[in-house]
Ligand binder design. Sequence first.
Ligand SMILES: [Fe+2]
Length: 342
Amino acid sequence: MKTILMAAMAALAFAGPAVAQSSVVNVYSYREPGLIQPLLDRFTEETQIRTNVLFAGDGLLERVAAEGELSPADVVLTVDIGNLVGAKEAGLTQPITTPAVEERLPAAFRDVDKEWVALSLRARVFYVSKDRVSETALTYEDIAGPEWKGRICTRAGDHAYNIGLIANRIAAWGLDETRTWLAAVRDNLAFAPTGNDRAQVKAILEGSCDLAIGNTYYMGLMLNNDAEPEQKEWAAAARIIYPDTDGDGTQVNVAGALIAKYAPNPANANKLIEFLLSDEAQALYANGNYEFPAVAGAPVDPLIASWGALNPSKVTLAETAAHRDEAAALVDELRFNEGPQN
Ligand SMILES: [Fe+2]
């Protein structure tokens, strides 16, 4: 298991058995320190509850499972609906009791048993060439049409982001229609899937594809990437179209939070969740990575707002998650990652 500890474990009060402390909450975070720490600092200012944070890019939920009843984890911050639903199914969660969950979040963005909550949304969208694409609206069906032959690019079909998109289509259309669609999209690819979401936008600038499938926040991250300014040029070559925005809506995924089943400080964990759902925290959390707040009416970054209003898919996150295995099987069956076959 590839676990990258981004904070010195020695600095954490995690040693020994988990003992409840009145003024502490322990956070396991897949999300980056730069995004999370300012929020936790504000939380401590407001509540006097200290936070201990373990950052890792991978393996934190496995760690919670392995630690069992002795786990010090109170709150886990993670991305992808598959991780949130998987944690619930694995019995790693407990119901979140703060009334803020129901008061602040639409039903679509929280678990039916309140075992997890969404904190922000990212949409999987079409990045299109400003020069070579004239369309201002596109549906998912549209990109399966013959006019897109040799013009589409995307990362690997079995990456969690594309599995989420394909699972969303299975939930909306059923398996057979999604198979037909995905085969047509595969045959419209400009080249076999390679690279990450940003690499596809680079391919638009280079003229090797006209429409890339990618997550919204990469537009913000690329446009503001002072460390790698060439990414600003990639992003400037493209504009965003929200697929199916006038119809059933655009597929979204989430970053979210859960309270661990054996959390030693559940009351403080609930206070942290309540804080994360406040307008102030929602703006900090979402805008920090160019995402959309999960709480309706929370302030949206002007750059994000400039891409247009997001109309999230009518298919719930839980329904989408339920079709992830079928989506993965379809990617294999169609040999999507080998690129066009017709
Ligand atoms: Fe990402």
